[in-house]
Design a protein around this ligand. Structure first.
Ligand code: PNS
Length: 170
């Protein structure tokens, strides 16, 4: 049997319901989906790569054909190592398109056509979501229950030290 595999690369700092929606739908299309966290030394993420991998594992534990991994360097090199030829990206709005098209075309060119990109349009209910806005809302102790799973929200508030603050306020 030929296994059809795909990679869903990203920063996932942290995972949102928008990502989870793309993961669930991709996992139905492909036999195996590897969610790959980019270890980007140039960025200062809120969650370490190890934390992000753990969070993704927890959030996807009920989807058997999803694996979580991390990579550094070029996506095409990682895909080659895994012998995978499809990258999945989510498109929320037209504003994502230019950036995503550039990445997709660069990857196609750099890989000599070996890595294709498939875009899934984000479900409308999640179109407004981004990890950056979720972090900003959480940093002000705002309600992110519509944006991320509960355990992720808890981890975000912990990161911003809000739980401790709440306890001292009581
Ligand atoms: O969640 P993000 O930060 O929008 O994801 C961007 C990501 C990880 C898909 C992209 O930056 C990437 O693949 N980086 C790895 C480096 C690489 O392969 N660059 C060449 C394509 S421009």
């Amino acid at each position: 049997m030929i296994m059809k595999s795909a990679i869903y690369p990203g920063s996932f700092d942290p995972i949102t319901y928008g990502h989870l929606d793309i993961i669930k739908r991709s996992a139905e299309i492909f036999d195996e989906l590897i969610v790959a966290v980019l270890d980007n030394k140039a960025k200062t993420p809120l969650f370490s790569v190890e934390e992000r991998v753990k969070i993704l594992q927890e959030a996807t534990k009920d989807i058997p054909n999803v694996k979580v991994d991390s990579f550094s360097g070029l996506l095409i090199e990682y895909a080659k190592k895994k012998d995978i030829h499809v990258s999945i990206r989510g498109l929320r709005a037209i504003t994502d398109f230019e950036y995503e098209l550039q990445i997709a075309q660069t990857n196609s060119k750099l890989s000599g056509g070996a890595l294709d990109t498939i875009f899934l349009t984000t479900s409308l209910e999640y179109a407004y979501l981004s990890s950056s806005s979720v972090k900003e809302i959480a940093s002000f102790n705002g309600d992110i229950s519509q944006c991320v799973p509960d355990f992720v929200a808890d981890l975000l508030y912990q990161k911003f030290d809000l739980q401790k603050k709440e306890n001292t306020d009581e």
